[in-house]
Design a protein around this ligand. Structure first.
Ligand SMILES: Cc1cc2nc3c(=O)[nH]c(=O)nc-3n(C[C@H](O)[C@H](O)[C@H](O)COP(=O)(O)OP(=O)(O)OC[C@H]3O[C@@H](n4cnc5c(N)ncnc54)[C@H](O)[C@@H]3O)c2cc1C
Length: 216
């Protein structure tokens, strides 16, 4: 088991129905795309969370949804500013070093790409973000402002101007040309990652160009 350190919560606020943004002071370096473990105490097994803030931010941001019957997230969502949590050091290899790449995320799977974005790594990247509703299209306004036509929000249950109506899989299937020689980074639940991977492979993207982080 990884060593746990104490962190003091700065903010822990709902930002959309069922979704919270937790912040605490950054006391370590990390690479955008990495995760940390979070536990409430020394006795429970930490759950993993992708860091959503930029590498140089003075705060670490964690974007999480509350699983009603989960062990960690219901009590975590009750914590207030000044309360303590236990965290591991950052780790993980979901890191994008290439100049050109496509980032694809649904739900809280946007977190590692938000971190890359807030670390200034979005030049040359295409971001395809999926959500059921616009209020859960986390960090949408930041991406839209800075990434312009390289940003493709896909909303499956609402019709909104400037937003593809459907899932990320529908969006990909409707694209006439898919670049096959660049890396793709996928993050979200297993079903989305597998479905997107299958589409990319069917469209000629080599398996070795597909990098995935599955939230389970
Ligand atoms: C690499 C990685 C990064 C992640 N990053 C994020 C992130 O940025 N944001 C985020 O919100 N989540 C993230 N997750 C998911 C996160 O780690 C937790 O799994 C999630 O927050 C649920 O934690 P919990 O303790 O509340 O629920 P858990 O207690 O883990 O339960 C989750 C669900 O599984 C069910 N369950 C639990 N045990 C069993 C069992 N034995 N049999 C059947 N069902 C069971 C529960 O009923 C519940 O519905 C990530 C996961 C991974 C692997």
């Amino acid at each position: 088991m990884r060593e746990l350190h104490t962190a003091t919560i700065i903010h822990n606020k709902p930002i959309a129905p069922g979704a919270w943004l937790l912040s605490f002071k950054r006391t370590f370096d990390f690479i955008a795309g990495q995760v940390i473990g979070i536990a409430l105490d020394q006795h429970t097994e930490p759950r993993l969370y992708s860091i959503a803030s930029g590498e140089k931010h003075h705060e670490i941001w964690i974007l999480y949804t509350v699983k009603q019957d989960g062990l960690l997230t219901p009590p975590l969502s009750q914590l207030k500013s000044g309360d303590k949590i236990r965290i591991t050091q950052p780790f993980g290899n979901f890191i994008c070093k290439e100049k050109e790449a496509v980032w694809i995320a649904t739900g809280t799977g946007i977190a590692p790409f938000a971190s890359m974005f807030f670390s200034g790594q979005h030049q040359g990247k295409t971001l395809i973000q999926g959500s059921q509703s616009m209020e859960r299209m986390y960090f949408h306004k930041h991406f839209q402002k800075e990434m312009g036509t390289s940003y493709h929000p896909c909303c499956s249950r609402e019709t909104t101007a400037g937003c593809f109506h459907g899932r990320v899989t529908d969006y990909l299937e409707q694209q006439p040309g898919i670049k096959t020689g660049i890396p793709y980074y996928l993050c979200g639940i297993a079903e989305m990652v597998v479905d997107v991977r299958d589409i990319l492979i069917a469209r000629g993207v080599p398996f070795s160009n597909i990098n995935s982080e599955i939230f389970f």
